[in-house]
Structures are given as structure tokens and as C-alpha cells.
Ligand binder design. Structure first.
Ligand SMILES: N[C@@H](CCC(=O)N[C@@H](CS)C(=O)NCC(=O)O)C(=O)O
Length: 223
């Protein structure tokens, strides 16, 4: 499809935005990046995502698509080369379920480990481990969640590979260790080694600074 308009509104750090970068790169789609400052959202962002007012937004030939998992499906249906969702309806449903589980349960449990302290943090790490165990089981006999190559679930859960390491470094506590989660650790390594992934991580030191600042009010008890 020549002369297409493909624009991605995102921030430099957002794991939700990164999903879209990875999917577009994987499929070889050319696109323009619009970097947003979420403390001063652009008129276009508010116009294209008036309900959630969040990034990422994909603009395709004037039509906005919002919500990263929805955008991933749109990309997969629009540019069919290198499919990311499985063909089989049951496997597709499983893939959507795991992606949703990552956003709705896993992310908040990891976040609690990051922002809580003492006994509350110990409890939080227990639920994070329960959730991570589900992914560990899912990886039995597979290199990637999608099989031999990365797919929808890998892209949806890819945030864990970078973000968990950043959070662990800040709180000086290992959440995902090789002994407890050998398959997950191997997946993280394999995922990080894929060129379109390793070439597009946000800068490590900038991420550390950003998340240190986010954690501060929680430590001060004002959040
Ligand atoms: N469920 C959304 C989450 C997107 C999201 O939380 N984006 C954040 C940046 S990481 C955002 O735009 N926040 C702005 C705000 O909450 O005002 C998705 O998957 O796209």
C-alpha cells in the first residue's frame, strides 16, 4: 500500500507505545513518530483519543486507533505479512487472554512490589510470583509464547523484559530469578536478543531516573 499515512503517537518511555513500535518494525511498515509530553498533551492526542486521552494512538490514513492491544490486532489485520496472532481460533483466544492477563493482573502486581515497602511489599511479591508462575508454565516446550518466533503475546508481555529489570535495580530486589523462573528468564534473554527489540529500548539511565522520581512520593507516604 503506497502513500499511506501511518503515524504513531507515543512517549519515549511507554511500554504500551513500544508494543506498537515492535509490531510495525516486525512487519516492515514505515511510520512517523509523534512524541507526546503527557504533562502537556497535544490537541491532536486529545482529538484522537478523547475518551482515555492516552498514548499510544496509531493514525492510519486519517483514522485513529487507540488501546495498544487493539492497535496490535489492527496492525495484524491490516498488514498481513509476518502474522503475529495465531491462525487457530482457540490459540487466538488464548493469546488475547494472556495479553489481557499481563495488563490486568501481572502489571499491577509487579507495580505493587515497586511502590510498597516492608510487609506489604512481601505480600505483593507473593502475588507477583503467582502471576509470573502462570507465564513460566505457558512457556513449557516453547522458545517464545508464539512458538519459534515472536508473536502477539511476546509483544504484549515484552514490557516485562525491560521494566522489571529497571524496577529491580531501583528497589534492589530480584523479582524474576533464574532458579524460580528458568523458562521466563530464557524467554527474556531470547526476546531481548531479537534485533527489532534490542534496537528500540528506551535509554536505561533515563528510565532509572524516571522511575526513581515516580517512586519518591510513595516512599514519602504522600501517595
Ligand atoms: N490500556 C492502554 C494504556 C495506555 C497508557 O496507560 N498510556 C499511558 C502512558 S504509559 C498514558 O498515556 N497516560 C496518560 C494519562 O494517564 O493521562 C493501552 O494499552 O494503550
Amino acid at each position: 500500500m503506497a502513500n499511506e499515512e501511518v503515524k504513531l503517537f507515543r512517549t519515549w518511555s511507554s511500554p504500551f507505545g513500544l508494543r506498537i513500535v515492535w509490531a510495525l518494525k516486525l512487519k516492515g511498515i514505515e511510520y512517523e513518530t509523534v512524541l507526546e509530553d503527557l504533562s502537556n498533551k497535544s490537541h491532536l492526542l486529545l482529538q484522537y483519543n478523547p475518551i482515555h486521552k492516552k498514548i499510544p494512538v496509531l493514525l492510519h490514513n486519517g483514522k485513529p486507533i487507540v488501546e495498544s492491544l487493539v492497535i496490535l490486532e489492527y496492525i495484524d489485520n491490516t498488514w498481513e505479512q509476518i502474522p503475529i496472532l495465531p491462525q487457530d481460533p482457540y490459540e487466538r483466544a488464548r493469546a488475547r487472554f494472556l495479553a489481557k492477563f499481563g495488563d490486568e493482573k501481572l502489571l499491577s502486581s509487579i507495580w505493587s512490589v515497586f511502590v510498597k515497602q516492608g510487609k506489604e511489599q512481601e505480600e505483593a511479591i507473593g502475588s507477583a510470583w503467582e502471576n509470573l508462575k502462570i507465564l513460566e508454565e505457558e512457556l513449557k516446550g516453547k522458545k517464545f509464547f508464539g512458538g519459534d518466533t515472536i508473536g502477539f503475546v511476546d509483544i504484549a508481555l515484552g514490557w516485562t523484559v525491560n521494566l522489571i529489570g529497571i524496577l529491580e535495580e531501583i528497589i534492589e530486589l530480584k523479582i524474576v530469578d533464574e532458579e524460580k523462573f528458568p523458562l521466563l528468564c530464557a524467554w527474556m534473554q531470547d526476546f531481548a536478543d531479537v534485533s527489532i527489540i534490542k534496537d528500540n529500548w528506551p535509554p536505561h539511565d533515563k528510565m532509572i531516573a524516571k522511575f526513581l522520581a515516580i517512586r519518591e512520593p510513595y516512599l514519602a507516604g504522600s501517595k
